[in-house]
Design a protein around this ligand. Structure first.
Ligand code: DC
Length: 232
């Protein structure tokens, strides 16, 4: 099997990142989580906004925010078997998943200069020649239109809301489920209706509906398809 690029796109909480990580591990590839870069930029923008005393990070010039992100060493860096999102010299994770970041990330990631920055970083990492599994919203449509395999992961809003609540260790009652499904739908609408690189399935992507698949089942399906696509 040769090296290559596997693109995994899909809506919020469809399980892209955990699936992409497991697929990368099975193939011996690196995993690039593009959402982590958008989240980290949003985190930096919120820091800059707090410093400037403004509430909305979009009120700031985003090229200055990107310079600050570069100064703080924001990058996906090799870490163990994969890549981790580094900021201020250490892997960032919890700070990328705060409610503030989650509620601003769609707006920040809709700005063209932000997307160009992220896309350039992803292409640079993929050019290193190691195999990569990249997950996001526009990986198969915009970032790597020539990817060796494109997967579009979906699941019903209810299944996605349930997984998100379980991940957080929150109570899974009907009220919370309905609220979380509404929050996810809001973010999907924002991601799918933006002018630049909206969330959509590439015409040549394989759609995998994970609603009633087990995690190992969905990983296995993608690994088999990837091995087939990358067979010498
Ligand atoms: O996958 P995630 O929830 O961590 O992504 C966070 C946000 O980043 C999501 O709301 C949309 C944006 N995003 C994007 O616009 N394009 C990508 N390739 C990845 C994420």
């Amino acid at each position: 099997m040769r090296q290559g690029i596997i693109a995994i796109d899909g809506p919020a909480a469809s399980g892209k990142s955990s699936t992409a990580r497991a697929v990368a591990e099975a193939l011996g590839f690196g995993h690039l989580d593009s959402g982590a870069l958008y989240r980290a930029i949003t985190h930096v923008a919120l820091d800059e906004a707090a410093r400037a005393g403004v509430e909305n990070p979009l009120a700031l010039p985003l090229d200055a925010v990107l310079r600050s992100a570069e100064d703080r060493g924001l990058m996906l860096q090799p870490d163990g078997a994969g890549f981790a999102c580094y900021l201020d010299g250490a892997p960032a994770d919890a700070e990328l998943r705060t409610a503030a970041v989650t509620s601003h990330v769609s707006a920040v990631s809709a700005v063209p200069v932000v997307r160009e920055w992220v896309n350039a970083k992803l292409r640079e990492l993929a050019r290193a020649g190691v195999g990569v599994v990249v997950d996001g919203r526009d990986i198969g449509t915009v970032v790597f239109p020539d990817a060796d395999l494109k997967v579009f992961l979906t699941a019903t809003p209810e299944a996605r809301a349930r997984r998100r609540l379980e991940q957080r260790g929150a109570v899974v009652d009907p009220g919370e489920l309905a609220l979380e499904a509404e929050r996810l739908a809001l973010r999907d609408r924002a991601d799918a209706s933006r002018a630049v690189a909206p969330l959509r399935r590439a015409h040549d992507a394989v759609e995998v509906d994970t609603t009633s698949l087990s995690f190992s089942g969905q990983v296995e399906r993608i690994v088999i398809a990837a091995r087939r696509a990358l067979a010498d």
